[in-house]
Design a protein around this ligand. Structure first.
Ligand SMILES: Nc1ncnc2c1ncn2[C@@H]1O[C@H](COP(=O)(O)OP(=O)(O)OP(=O)(O)O)[C@@H](O)[C@H]1O
Length: 255
């Protein structure tokens, strides 16, 4: 396997009222193509900041973020936007769907925004229909975004994040606003997407969610303190065994 994301000595400092807050301090890690990685850690430890900086959504203060051989900090804003649009997918807890557009229109929008021209409109539309079918939201395709449930909206976000066939999905608390059942469904889909080859990097507080990931990084005070490799999750596997392993590890870290 080859590394898709190489993060070296990543630092992020916020300055508010002349006070420096060193949120990320020399973070080092790599994500290989096809991996599914969870970021866990106490509140305020820098998880979201890490996700935002390695995905080019926020600038870095120092260090390197190499995405498939491209150093993100050396690219122009336009080039970073293009990498984000064409090679990365994003799923957030607060789902930034556009009001006054249907679910279907929201899903296809990133494909129409992409200037790569790899796919015809028909191919894009067919793929959107296929994704909606796969994520069981076909029946709400023509609804406005305020006419669907939280779980349906989150699944629509996942469809949207996949429409440009990204290499990696970045997800910040993708199940944070969902009930147990919807959360399970969303994880099932993320596991499926990952099985099909798309890498996933997600931030979560939920042990059940993290236990379905392959590798878990534990971040504390802006540093990766430890990691555990549980191997790829399969449906047939004993989920509770993985959860137990993860719980024990987290307990040792003082979680
Ligand atoms: N845009 C910003 N400007 C200034 N400070 C910020 C900004 N975003 C985050 N921070 C600060 O960075 C630190 C880490 O925040 P971050 O959201 O990355 O933590 P987190 O681990 O994701 O927390 P949580 O689990 O509570 O979501 C916090 O002290 C926060 O106040």
């Amino acid at each position: 396997m080859s590394e898709m994301l190489k993060v070296k000595n990543l630092c992020k400092t916020y300055i508010i009222n002349k006070r420096q807050n060193n949120v990320l301090r020399n973070v080092n890690f790599e994500i290989e193509q096809g991996e599914m990685v969870a970021i866990m850690g106490p509140s305020g430890s820098g998880k979201t900041t890490l996700l935002y900086t390695v995905s080019g959504m926020d600038t870095i203060t120092a260090g390197n973020v190499d995405f498939f051989g491209k150093e993100l900090s050396e690219l122009s804003d336009g080039d970073v936007s293009n990498v984000r649009l064409n090679e990365m997918g994003f799923v957030f807890q607060q789902m930034y769907m556009l009001k006054n557009l249907t679910i279907y229109d929201n899903i296809i929008l990133p494909a129409y925004q992409s200037k790569e021209g790899k796919y015809t409109r028909k191919e894009i539309n067919d793929y959107a229909v296929e994704l909606m079918h796969k994520l069981a939201i076909s029946e709400v395709a023509d609804n406005d975004i305020n006419e669907v449930s939280g779980g349906q909206l989150q699944r629509a976000c996942i469809c949207r994040s996949l429409i440009n066939r990204p290499r990696i999905i970045f997800a910040d608390e993708p199940t944070g606003a969902l009930n147990q059942q919807s959360s399970k469904e969303v994880m099932k889909i993320l596991n499926q997407i990952n099985e099909e080859g798309t890498s996933v990097m997600l931030v979560t507080h939920d042990k059940k969610v993290a236990a379905k990931c392959e590798r878990i990084l534990y971040i504390e005070d802006g540093n990766i303190r430890d990691e555990i490799n549980l191997g790829k999750y399969t449906e047939s596997e004993d989920r509770r065994e993985r959860e137990k392993k993860l719980s024990n590890w987290l307990m040792e870290l003082g979680w």
